[in-house]
Design a protein around this ligand. Structure first.
Ligand SMILES: Cc1cc2nc3c(=O)[nH]c(=O)nc-3n(C[C@H](O)[C@H](O)[C@H](O)COP(=O)(O)OP(=O)(O)OC[C@H]3O[C@@H](n4cnc5c(N)ncnc54)[C@H](O)[C@@H]3O)c2cc1C
Length: 683
């Protein structure tokens, strides 16, 4: 998995210096060409096997990536690793085999060395399969796996929202300041603006629409993803993705719209004090948000992998559901939908900028982009404003400004909301704790036919047979977006030839993940500069059982769907071939640790780090979202979840945000438990 491409995603003000000198540069070139070498094949019509890292200019690109890693310790660690390879004679080694062996030996030396080798291999492979040629906009490897790449240049579509840039030193007055414009922030901004409040929205990243969506993975990661794309947790256990752009996750997510389940609603109502969650009032919130985002089953064509999943479910008598999506059928095109995780060029996706933020804007809200909140300001236990930085597209700080307001909604997503509270010294002892991630392992099934997995929405169907297997906990079986760079780097590198052989067959693959509702949790802390640091490991016994059952069932699904081979995305890339004993395979792979050095874990769902609840020791906000310790500061995003939702979170985030917006405005039908007189008075 590549580390962060740049600090631009969060607008981190950093400058990078060149460290890699000639010796290291030569070593880096040799590592790249060992991971991705020229391989002689009698038949190689596309030149796929003949291409080496140097042929594609990858060593320079990997060097650039290393220079852009914001964390000096990680960057320094990779440089040290190159130095060790130099001391061990890597450059003088006579053969590909001996160089591969040295890389494997080094990876066995320590967890840090393994992480370093994996990072260098991951970056090389990510670029080999993900980076387009600047002239053609295509990557030559895509031909081999039948990936069409971008349909063409993005259409020129005007941007309907007028966004603002704050003047340096400005003080802006507002009734409400919503920090973060994603699934939760958008709903709250729209709801309160419609009620006549003067709302100011601060979004750390920029505004991108169809004109910017080039259907290119790398460009999308760099512009619209947290820390520039898939980013490992500090302990290296899990790779995280989150949206960082106007609209937040809604702009780049996969449009799977799931209602909160009854058992989660009753858990949150009964065990966490979120009154009304198990009744008709919360149904009203769910219905309302689903209506606004136009959730429909009319744009849910199943692509190859999802067809295989459905056939497997039918054969095994498991429950399979068509997914409703926030999509406009009039603009829907399944060809384009295959790229919607890089921003939807067709304009069919009813993302936040086309729905909630549009409502907010049309009702007078001011939308400030590239505006990163640094601190919530308070006086005598009450909100008084927000201190923010204005950041340019390259990540440089170009000014600072203040929003003066009695009501602040913190909606920066579950990785950044706790960081903002920690930088502000508010929220109490639970801030950053109870991080839930739905940690996913992945099993890749290889089928006899081309699966055209790049066609159609990434998720249009799922298996919910195992959603509640133990006290409300279980997993969904889902598929993933076809993203060539991610595919190339997520397949563990065992040897160059094995890796190329596997990737060459990528068009026959279908990837399924068991998406577990995690009971155990990690946490978010801040480093000396106030930046979020994420820790997560699977330690809860029940979570292990759930994930292991998920591995069993996904393997069964692939076999029933007709896979000829199944590969586990785990160190050593263990695999099953038709005719092998499936039980022996799953028993073997379940012995592999979950996380660093073992199974690759992935998350696109972060939840719970500023959670709502009744107890100020174990929750940050009260049952309607206002901080226990600071009046006028509200939590309006997935970080407010008391526990994991167990379903893809967007609709639950929106429904809870809708409920919180009503509580802020004082219009909720329930007594919402704010400890102060009238929240409406200060909103
Ligand atoms: C690849 C991917 C696919 C997904 N697919 C689905 C799906 O199909 N269905 C589903 O239900 N869920 C999906 N999700 C998850 C879903 O998008 C998120 O759970 C949801 O968007 C979280 O909402 P949020 O309001 O908590 O944060 P976000 O939507 O992440 O928004 C937070 C916003 O705050 C901004 N921000 C952060 N810090 C600051 C700061 N200091 N100042 C100002 N702004 C700040 C960020 O830039 C970001 O725009 C997916 C996620 C990813 C990454």
């Amino acid at each position: 998995m590549p580390p962060s491409f740049s600090g631009r995603g969060q607008g981190c003000p950093r400058r990078y210096t060149r460290h890699v000198q000639e010796e290291r540069r030569a070593l880096l070139r040799a590592v790249c060409d060992t991971v991705y070498p020229r391989i002689e094949r009698d038949s190689d019509p596309d030149g796929f096997f003949a291409r080496s890292a140097s042929d594609l200019g990858l060593p320079d690109a990997v060097e650039d990536l290393i220079e852009q890693i914001p964390d000096e310790t990680i960057r320094g660690g990779l440089e040290q690793l190159l130095d060790v390879l130099g001391q061990q004679g890597f450059l003088r080694m006579p053969s590909q085999d001996s160089r591969e062996q040295l890389l494997r030996n080094l990876a066995l030396a320590s967890a840090d060395a393994a992480a370093g080798v994996s990072a260098l291999a991951g970056m090389t492979l990510f670029l080999a399969y993900g980076a387009p040629d600047p002239e053609s906009g295509q990557n030559p490897n895509w031909r081999t796996f039948g990936y069409p790449g971008p349909a063409g240049p993005p259409p020129q579509v005007p941007k309907p929202l007028e966004v603002r840039a704050p003047a340096d030193g400005a003080t802006i007055e507002a009734d409400v300041c919503v920090v973060g414009s994603g699934s939760g922030g958008g709903v709250i901004a729209a709801t309160l603006a419609k009620q006549g409040k003067h709302v100011v929205v601060l979004e750390a990243s920029g505004y991108f629409n169809e004109s910017d969506f080039a259907q290119l993975e790398l460009k999308a990661y760099q512009e619209m993803f947290w820390r520039g794309g898939p980013t490992p947790s500090a302990d290296g256990n899990i790779s995280m993705q989150a949206g960082t752009t106007l609209g937040g996750g809604t702009t780049i997510n996969w449009t799977n719209c799931l209602r909160t389940t009854d058992w989660v609603r009753s858990d949150w109502a009964n065990d966490h004090g979120l009154e009304g969650l198990d009744g008709s009032d919360y149904d009203r919130h769910l219905d309302s948000v689903l209506a606004r985002i136009g959730a429909t089953d009319k744009c849910s064509d199943l692509n190859g992998p999802q067809q295989r999943m459905k056939e497997a479910a039918d054969a095994l008598d498991w429950s399979f559901k068509t997914i409703v999506r926030n999509a406009n059928p009039e603009k829907y095109s399944p060809d384009s939908a295959g790229h919607l995780g890089f921003g939807d060029q067709s304009g069919s996706k009813n993302s936040g900028d086309r729905t909630w933020l549009r409502d907010a804007f049309e009702n007078g809200a001011d939308l400030y982009v590239r505006s990163r909140a640094q601190r919530v300001l308070t006086e005598n236990g009450r909100a008084t404003g927000v201190e923010a930085l204005h950041i340019d597209a390259e990540g440089n700080v170009v000014g600072s400004f203040t929003v003066r307001t009695p009501t602040v909604v913190v909606a920066c997503g579950s990785l950044e909301s706790p960081a903002l509270l920690l930088r502000s010294g508010i929220g109490g002892p639970a801030v950053g704790n109870y991080l839930r991630l739905h940690p996913c392992v992945a099993l890749v099934g290889s089928y006899a036919e081309d699966q055209r997995a790049w066609w159609g929405a990434p998720q249009s169907g799922l298996v919910d047979e195992f959603a509640n297997v133990e006290d409300g906990y279980g997993f969904l079986i889902e598929s993933v977006q076809y993203a060539p760079g991610l595919i190339g780097s997520a397949i563990p590198w065992v040897s160059a030839e094995t890796h190329k052989d596997l990737v060459a067959r990528a068009k026959y693959n279908a990837t399924f993940v068991p998406l577990p509702r995690d009971r155990g949790h990690g946490r978010v802390e801040v480093d000396g500069s106030g930046e979020a640091v994420v820790w997560y490991s699977v330690e809860d016994e029940q979570d292990r059982r759930t994930i292991h059952l998920g591995i069993d069932k996904v393997a069964e699904a692939h076999r029933a769907g007709g896979a000829v081979e199944i590969a586990a995305l785990a160190t050593g890339l263990p695999s099953w071939r038709r005719g092998d004993d499936l039980g022996r395979f799953t028993e073997r792979v379940k012995r592999i640790p979950l996380g660093r050095g073992g199974w690759r874990l992935f998350t696109a769902h972060q939840m719970g780090t500023c959670r709502m609840g009744a107890d100020p020791q174990t929750s940050v906000a009260g049952p309607f979202g206002e901080l226990h310790d600071t009046k006028g500061v509200w939590i309006g995003d997935a970080s407010a979840f008391p526990t994991a939702s167990g379903t893809n979170p967007m609709v639950t985030v929106m429904a809870l945000a809708h409920r919180t917006a009503e509580a802020i405005a004082g219009t909720t039908e329930e007594t919402h438990g704010s400890r102060d007189a009238e929240p409406a008075a200060h909103a």
